[in-house]
Design a protein around this ligand. Structure first.
Ligand code: PFF
Length: 468
C-alpha cells in the first residue's frame, strides 16, 4: 500500500502512541467493573489463577497474532482476511468480530452510562452519610426504577462518537496518555484505604477479602469458572474480535509488536488485579456480598470514598478517569464497526460513524433498561453444576453471547489461520520487521499458536457443554 494511502488511513506516530492506544482499548470497564464481579461470582482465588494462566498462554499469543495480521494487511478485520485468503471463507472472522463489537458496545455503553451517573453523584456529593446497605439500595433504584440509565447511555455513546469522528491520532492518543496514569494512582490510593479499613470480625475484615482474592480454593474450580475466565480474559485484552487487527493496521513497520503486546497485556492484568485489591478487602470489611453481580463495584466504591480523607475529591477524580478509560475502550469497539462499514461498504467515515453509533445506541437502549422497562424479557438458565436457576435479561444475553462465544471463537479462528494457513517465513518476517528485530521467542509463539491455544479453547468449550 502506498504511503499516501497509509496516511489517509492514519497511523500511530510513535511507539508510545500504539501502546497508549492499545492499552487504552484493553484497560476499561472490563478491568474495573467486570473483573471484580465475575471473580466474586466465581469464588475468588481459583478464578484468578485460571485467569492469569489464560492471559499468558492464550491471550498474549492471540493479541500478537492480531497485531501481525493487522500490520501485514493494513486493513480492517474483514478486509484483512479477504486480502490474505481471497475466495475462502476466512472473512467470517471479520463478520463475527463486527457482530461482537456491535453487541459488546451495546452493553458497554450502558455501563459507561452507569459510570457517568456515578461521576454525577460524586460531584453532587450524593454518597455522603449513606451506609453500605443504602449504597446498594441507591444503585438498585437507579438501575431498576428510572430512565436515567438510558439518558446516560446516550450521553456516553455521543462522547464515543465525537472522539471517533475526530480521527485516529488526535482522537485516541491524546486522551489516553494523561489520564491512564492518573487512573492507576487513584486505584492505588483506593486500594490502600480498602486494605486499612477497620475489621468487624475475622470474617468481616480486609484480610478476609485479600484471602478471597488470592487464595485459590480448588473445590470451586468447575467448567463454568474456566468458561468465565476465558471470556473475561478475551474481553479484558480486547482480543478475539479484530479490534487489535484494526489497531495493528495502524502500527508502524519499525515498531516492535512483541514487546508492545507484552506491555499491553501486563498493564491490563495489573489494572484488573489492582481493582480486585481495591474492591474485595472493602467488600468483606463492610460485610457485603462478593456475589452481588454487575452492581458490585458501584455498591462498594462509594462506601470506600465515604470512609477516607479527601474522599469527595478522590471519588470525582476516580470516576473521571474511569469514564475516560471506558471511552478509550469504547472508541476501539466503535472503530471496528466504522472501519468495516467504511472500507467494506464504501461509506464515508463520517456516514459510517453516524450509522453505526445510531444502531448500537438503539440496541444499547434495551440493554440500559434491562432491569427496568425490559425486566420481564429474560431467558431462564439452569446451572448444571449448582442446579441454581437464574434469569438472563437482555443485557446479560448480549454479554454472554459475545464474551463467551464470539470472542473465544474469533480468537480460535485467528490463531488457526496464523498457525496453520499462513506461510511461517512471512509471519517471522512481519514479526521481526523484515529481520531487523531478533525474535527468539518465535518457536514458542508458534507452538502456542498452533497447538496450545486452539486445544485449550476447544477443551474449555467441550467442558462447558459437558463432554468431559
Ligand atoms: N477491553 C475492554 C475493557 O476491558 O473494558 C473492553 C473491550 C474493548 C473489549 C475493545 C473488546 C474490544 F475490542
Amino acid at each position: 500500500m502506498s504511503q499516501s494511502n497509509l496516511s489517509a488511513r492514519g497511523i500511530f506516530t510513535s511507539k508510545f502512541g500504539i501502546i497508549a492506544a492499545a492499552t487504552g482499548s484493553a484497560i476499561g470497564l472490563g478491568n474495573i467493573w467486570r473483573f471484580p464481579y465475575v471473580l466474586g461470582e466465581s469464588g475468588g482465588g481459583a478464578f484468578l489463577l485460571v485467569y492469569l494462566l489464560f492471559i499468558i498462554g492464550i491471550g498474549l499469543p492471540v493479541m500478537l497474532s492480531e497485531f501481525i495480521i493487522g500490520r501485514a494487511t493494513r486493513m480492517n478485520p474483514f478486509g484483512a482476511f479477504r486480502k490474505l485468503a481471497p475466495g475462502r471463507p476466512w472473512f467470517i472472522v471479520g463478520i463475527m468480530g463486527t457482530i461482537a463489537a456491535f453487541m459488546i458496545l451495546a452493553f458497554y455503553g450502558a455501563v459507561g452510562g452507569w459510570t457517568l451517573e456515578y461521576l454525577y453523584k460524586s460531584v453532587t456529593n450524593q454518597f455522603a452519610g449513606k451506609s453500605a446497605d443504602e449504597m446498594v439500595q441507591m444503585f438498585e433504584s437507579f438501575r431498576g426504577a428510572s430512565y436515567r440509565p438510558l439518558l446516560w447511555q446516550i450521553a456516553f455513546m455521543l462522547l464515543t462518537f465525537l472522539i471517533v469522528i475526530a480521527g485516529i491520532e488526535k482522537g485516541i492518543e491524546k486522551y489516553s496518555k494523561i489520564l491512564m496514569p492518573i487512573l492507576f494512582i487513584t486505584l492505588i490510593v483506593i486500594a490502600v484505604r480498602s486494605l486499612t479499613l477497620p475489621s468487624l470480625s475475622d470474617k468481616a475484615s480486609p484480610m478476609a477479602g485479600l484471602k478471597f482474592l488470592f487464595r485459590p480454593d480448588f473445590s470451586k474450580l468447575n467448567a463454568n469458572v474456566l468458561f468465565d475466565a476465558l471470556g473475561q480474559s478475551f474481553f479484558s485484552l480486547s482480543i478475539g474480535m479484530g479490534a487489535l487487527i484494526t489497531y495493528g493496521s495502524y502500527i508502524k513497520k519499525s515498531d516492535n509488536m512483541g514487546s508492545t503486546a507484552l506491555i499491553v497485556s501486563l498493564s491490563d492484568t495489573f489494572a484488573a488485579v489492582l481493582a480486585g485489591v481495591a474492591i474485595f478487602p472493602a467488600v468483606f470489611a463492610f460485610g457485603l456480598n462478593p456475589q452481588a453481580g454487575e452492581g458490585l463495584v458501584f455498591n462498594v466504591l462509594p462506601s470506600i470514598f465515604n470512609s477516607m480523607q479527601g474522599g469527595y475529591v478522590i471519588s470525582i477524580l476516580f470516576f473521571i478517569c474511569l469514564t475516560v478509560a471506558a471511552l478509550t475502550s469504547a472508541i476501539s469497539l466503535l472503530e471496528v464497526v466504522v472501519a468495516t462499514f467504511s472500507e467494506e461498504l464504501g461509506m464515508s467515515r463520517r456516514k459510517a460513524s453516524v450509522i453505526s453509533t445510531l444502531l448500537i445506541t438503539l440496541l444499547g437502549a434495551v440493554a440500559a433498561l434491562s432491569w427496568y422497562v425490559f425486566k420481564d424479557f429474560s431467558v431462564k438458565n439452569i446451572n448444571d453444576v449448582t442446579g441454581e436457576i437464574s434469569a438472563f435479561n437482555f443485557f446479560m444475553i448480549l454479554d454472554y453471547i459475545s464474551l463467551k462465544y464470539l470472542l473465544p471463537l474469533g480468537g480460535l479462528l485467528i490463531v488457526i489461520y496464523l498457525g496453520w494457513f499462513s506461510p511461517r517465513d512471512k509471519v517471522l518476517k512481519e514479526l521481526s520487521n523484515e529481520g531487523k528485530l531478533k525474535v527468539n521467542y518465535f518457536k514458542v509463539l508458534m507452538f502456542l499458536v498452533r497447538f496450545v491455544v486452539p486445544i485449550a479453547i476447544i477443551i474449555v468449550f467441550l467442558n462447558e457443554v459437558g463432554v468431559f
